[in-house]
Ligand binder design. Structure first.
Ligand code: MLT
Length: 408
């Protein structure tokens, strides 16, 4: 008899964003005349930078003749991309990351979801609340949690991010082995200073723990005093793995390209306490289960680092940040408390009512899709997340409709 992995039975409902998509589709079917404005899932709406599409086209042409055709590439990514990343994203900011510590992949979602495979099922995992659901769900699937009772999985250490702590979680009160951090944060949009990250790095070192640092939104940082990489913090190379993505930075949500940095100093331990290189383990896993990102996509990603690409990406990010500024202004005028949106494409709003009710109200009365905060965890209850990924015109229209729906 074929048996299932029963950990899957512990999962709550469906994946948050599929759940929302279903509700929106049902609404749209019932209201075909309504033009729904999506400020829910962080999906970019603007075209890829020209530098990227040009490189993409040229690479496709290379595939069209036998002389320049390429078959399987290196699983870890082509050197031209890994070197451009190391140089521009890290060395240029004083962070010590070598090209061969970079693993190119098809998404930070997959990498943040998959990385936990390297660890024992009996480790203690610390996960922020609210959180990007992938970190939690993949640990539940792997069998690291107990049952879901009173709104939380047993055996997971939740790191509350609330108004009281400025939406920045405190260090865990009990020892943990694996810590997920995301800055600029999804969903709250809050950021972390070097001093704050140093506290987590020191904690990880003292506890032989590991930090999985999701920096998918680093390109939205406008405050120069903030670190863009955890490797700008001393000691992080020994205890942190970092995830990055071209999705939000350069509009690659549909094109798919991301990367994970695994420094050679990073270790995890066996039962006897012997250290093992995470770089070697991830390389082993990556080569076994992944065959690399397509050559044209890697060429398109590398073009992000050309002079033209850098200018276009800057303009793209500024465009969405300008949307975020408009959302902030309008939400403030409506009298709601919020955080985020200045170094992040997400604005986290205290809706002062049930998250899903607020979501339904915005959808039904304004035809605007947001993300209910409760979908990101118990601490998100009462909040909604509004994303700045849409056209300025649509954001303007959405804010006008929200104002009207609220009778203001
Ligand atoms: C989000 O809206 O939180 C993200 O777009 C989801 C993702 O990147 O997978």
């Amino acid at each position: 008899m074929i048996k299932i992995n029963e950990s899957y039975l512990k999962l709550q409902a469906s994946y948050l964003f599929s759940d929302i998509a279903k509700r929106v589709a049902a609404f749209q079917e019932a209201n075909p005349e309504m033009e729904v404005i999506k400020l829910g899932i962080g999906d970019v709406t603007r075209a890829l930078p020209k530098a990227c599409t040009e490189a993409f086209h040229a690479a496709v042409d290379e595939m069209a003749t036998d002389a320049s055709f390429r078959g399987y590439g290196p699983e870890q990514g082509y050197d031209f991309l890994r070197e451009a990343i190391a140089e521009n994203d890290f060395k240029a900011r004083g962070a010590d990351v070598a090209a061969d510590e970079i693993f190119v992949s098809d998404g930070a979602k997959c990498d943040t979801g998959n990385f936990q495979e390297l660890f024992g099922t009996d480790i203690k995992v610390a996960i922020p609340d609210p959180v990007y659901p992938v970190y939690l769900d993949t640990n539940v699937m792997a069998g690291r949690s107990g049952d879901f009772t009173d709104g939380r999985y047993e055996n997971i250490v939740y790191l509350d991010s609330t108004k009281e702590n400025g939406f920045i979680p405190d260090l865990p009160k009990e020892p943990v082995d694996l810590i997920y951090l995301c800055f600029p944060n999804n969903p709250t949009g809050t950021t972390a200073s070097k001093e704050l990250l140093k506290k987590w790095v020191d904690y990880a070192k003292a506890n032989k723990a590991l930090i999985l640092f999701d920096a998918a939104y680093e390109s939205f940082i406008t405050d120069d005093s903030l670190p863009r990489s955890i490797y700008e913090v001393e000691g992080a190379r020994e205890v942190a793995v970092e995830f990055r993505s071209f999705s939000k930075t350069a509009g690659f949500t549909g094109t798919r390209c991301a990367f994970t940095v695994v420094p050679k100093e990073c270790m995890a331990y066996d039962e006897a306490g012997n250290a093992h290189s995470l770089h070697s383990l991830w390389n082993r896993r990556h080569c076994t289960k992944f065959n690399g990102v397509s050559y044209p996509v890697q060429k398109a990603a590398a073009a992000v680092y050309s002079e033209a690409g850098k200018a276009e990406v800057k303009e793209l990010v500024e465009y969405y940040l300008n949307n975020a500024a408009l959302i902030r202004k309008e939400i403030a005028a409506l009298g709601y408390d919020f955080v985020g949106g200045d170094n992040s494409p997400y604005i986290w709003i205290d809706g002062k009512t049930d998250s899903w009710e607020f979501f339904d109200m915005l959808l039904n009365k304004a035809g605007v899709v947001c993300t209910p905060g409760a979908g990101f965890g118990g601490c998100g209850q009462g909040y909604i997340r509004i994303s700045a990924f849409n056209s300025y015109e649509n954001v303007e229209k959405a804010m006008g409709r929200i104002k009207e729906a609220l009778g203001k």
